[in-house]
Write a protein that binds this ligand. Sequence first.
Ligand SMILES: [Zn+2]
Ligand SMILES: [Zn+2]
Length: 436
Amino acid sequence: MNLNAPRGTKDILPEEAERRRALERTFAEVCERYGFGEIRVPTFEHTELFVRGVGDASDIVRKEMYTFLDKGDRSLTLRPEGTAGVARAYIEQGMSSWPAPVKLWYNMNMFRYEKMQKGRYREFWQLGCEIFGSACPQADAQLIGMLVTFFDDLGLDEVNLEINSIGCPACRAAYHQALRDYYAPKLKDMCDDCHERFEKNPLRMLDCKEAYCHSLAEEAPAQLDYLCDDCKEHFDKVKSYLSMMEIPYNLNPRLVRGLDYYTRTVFEFVSSHVGTQGTICGGGRYDGLIREIGNIDVPGVGFALGVERLLLELDAQGIPFGKAARPDLYIASFPSTAANALDLAQSLIRSGLKVETDVMDRSLKAQFKAADRMEAHYVLVLGDTEVSLSRGKLRRLSDGSEQDVPLTAVGTLLHDYRKKLASAKENDRQSTLFKL
Ligand SMILES: [Zn+2]
Ligand SMILES: [Zn+2]
């Protein structure tokens, strides 16, 4: 039997799981503050949904989907991205009759049969948001503002925002023509994929990774020069709202998204950290998506963030994020008091504290060593005397100070200490945020 996890998948062990959980918790909190509700959709959908929603000319649909027939001969696909499934749920669940806009966030695993490289997996996680029902530029700007808040909360620096507008179907026709005119004489030396893109969606040729195709993108006509009046006004407003919120951005006329349903605003957050340059998050407006799959007109805007990419970035920038909390207390005991230690730990943990105690009949010396390794804030040695007097010495490991206290007061003391640490940390955070 092959005991290796399938290529492109990985086990997530406690230390990384803790970091992921902290990341996900921070994201969920930010979403909550901006008024988003969580959505969870199935891991697989009908294949057709992705073909229509993601676009049959996209690399995802053409090369990367995990598609299979179930026992009833239905063609199903493991979701390669989040938006199509969420949009399907929006239509099926009648969310267009909910008060608009409908603001949703998700945290889901995705599946793509991709070439293996650092930080790329065939099963990977994405955090994302979608706003349905608003065509206004405020929605685009607020989503971007939300990401800025999220990166701030993580302590992530060196992330730059790039934006562009890829117009609407009305102005895109002229732009596509301009692209075809530009590429036509060069097409014979371009890759096979680009020949297909030339027919189906020349916009895609701009982000071809093949060296020669890539080199041509630089001189290609820019969508910005072909925007209709409505698209231009929309984009000007997005930019002015960002400026008002003091969110810096770079205009990147080469920025296109790899998916067919995007319209108008597209954006990426790109790392400028040496060694990890690359896209951390991509998003944009997709006013055409709901019509494409559900025949109703509902505008939308959203983004997705790669969790693995974000973790790499946090590591590279040396941000101490998502470390497991230190135990508030380690209760050391003897075989004669092991049961009392277990009982005391049980009641303290039930009160909300993190408490460790020995469950292996180890020597006192080994228990102290464990308390040190776990970086417990306090240690309490529970011997026969302590049990009979119902008092003990609470020793703080950071400075060796001791307090003789009734066992019934230990919980309150530890809760107070925890509050003190938390408020000191919060004060620090606020003072950097508001530069007090
Ligand atoms: Zn337009
Ligand atoms: Zn190409």
